[in-house]
Design a protein around this ligand. Structure first.
Ligand code: ATP
Ligand code: MG
Length: 393
């Protein structure tokens, strides 16, 4: 009988100094929260590793492995078989557990690590002996110590011995919650869910704000945004999505202002509203999916005009990325197929034919002053309602 365990390594880099325990506790809590959906596990930590140990047959190790791969702060995950701390048992488990992982592979090497120094053999001796066991049980495979297809690992640790073959990349980043809370401006497009993912990867909890313009935007467009929030929440944890209507603002803009300024004016309303709601919800920054030069409202001058109406930091993690790079991340997090569903966004109704690409702030303000800005902002905030998104891990 082989018992599998997950070893999630969080590395030393992000967990420095006095904060270390605080970060480690945070990571363990996050794992425990996610584990609930997959059965009974014991979750504990030692030596920069979180151990996820199934407690009975019904625990879903595959599901838990997938869930753990989305936890920020984890750099690598291995599935390992648990052994007693004796060469006899390690050899027995290796012979039974490892061959399936080496099928179709040409070369391997064994890497042994002995953090329990009371173990009788040293790392070299362990590697040699277990290498022999692998060769006996997998016929076509050869040893290559420089560039092996698979690394078989033997770890002699505090709580037991473990053998594994191959390691998987973790989600990286910093433990969620370790870096405060920010407000994501979430549209139904490709960029903003990616922006949310990237900021939460740095340990930030997210709230999201979505602007709609019913009846110019549809119920289906809103559902799409909530679906995107759900996808991001699988990494970021719970997300409250605050939905605000811009219908009246847009109708007033069309009546009163020069068409070339519509988008810029609308973005200044969005940022102002987002900042106020962010303050109410305890967020310290705004996050958008803008990328330099992607559209008229994302030139340096246009971004300057948009930013000048808020005082909070505005994070734009996609700013220096090409669309292709953004798409790659969107696919990786499983958002792409949802993002490309063709539903309108409030930014795409009433779009100007010749938007200003080098706007001057004074001229924008002159247009803005044609309307009662403050009144319209407060009225829009009055339409806010919140949908609480909880992830399905
Ligand atoms: P995305 O792919 O995220 O929709 P985009 O390239 O289409 O971005 P814009 O439509 O100009 O760009 O929007 C720029 C950013 O403004 C978005 O990334 C998002 O952060 C924010 N934004 C746009 N529309 C909305 C909306 N309806 N609600 C909330 N935020 C929005
Ligand atoms: Mg958009």
């Amino acid at each position: 009988m082989i018992k599998e365990i997950l070893l999630c390594k969080y590395g030393e880099i992000v967990l420095k100094g006095a904060n270390r325990k605080y970060f480690e506790d945070m990571l363990c809590r996050e794992m425990k929260k996610r584990a609930k959906a997959y059965g009974k596990f014991d979750i504990y930590r030692a030596q920069s590793t979180i151990y996820i140990e199934p407690l009975d047959e019904s625990a879903d190790v595959d599901g838990m492995f997938y869930a753990a791969s989305k936890v920020f702060g984890i750099v690598a995950i291995s599935r390992a078989a648990v052994c007693q701390k004796s060469m006899e048992d390690i050899s027995r488990v290796t012979a039974e557990y490892i061959p399936a992982f080496l099928e179709g592979k040409r070369t391997f090497k064994v890497e042994a690590k002995r953090s329990d120094k009371s173990f009788a053999l040293d790392s070299m001796e362990i590697s040699r002996e277990i290498g022999g066991v692998v060769l006996e049980n997998c016929h076509k495979i050869k040893v290559d110590v420089h560039n092996p297809d698979v690394v078989v690992k033997v770890e002699i640790r505090e709580f037991g011995a473990y053998v594994s073959a191959g390691q998987f990349k973790g989600a990286g980043g910093m433990p969620i919650g370790s870096n405060g809370r920010a407000m994501l401006l979430l549209s139904g497009g490709i960029d903003s869910p990616v922006a949310g993912y990237m900021i939460s990867k740095r340990g930030v909890y997210l709230d999201a704000i979505h602007f709609e313009s019913f009846p110019y935007t549809s119920e289906r467009a809103r559902e799409k945004v909530l679906e995107l929030a759900k996808i991001v929440s699988e990494y970021a944890g719970d997300i409250k999505v605050h939905i605000v209507s811009l219908t009246h603002i847009q109708e007033e803009l069309v009546k009163a202002c020069d068409e070339d300024y519509f988008t810029l004016l609308l973005r200044r309303y969005m940022m102002t509203i987002a900042e106020r709601v962010a303050k109410q919800k305890g967020c310290s920054a705004l996050v958008t999916g803008e990328s330099l030069g992607q559209v008229a409202s994302q030139t340096m001058q246009a971004l300057g005009v948009t930013d000048s109406c808020v005082s909070m930091p505005v994070f734009r993690p996609c700013i220096g990325m090409d669309k292709e790079e953004i798409v790659q991340i969107s696919r990786k997090i499983g958002a792409f197929e949802t993002s490309i569903q063709p539903y309108e966004d409030c930014c795409t109704v009433f779009t100007p034919k010749h938007p200003k690409t080098k706007p001057e702030l004074e001229k924008v303000k002159a247009q803005e002053d044609k309307l009662p800005f403050e009144e319209l902002v407060e009225e829009a905030i009055g339409t806010l309602y919140t949908v609480h998104i909880t992830p399905e891990y």
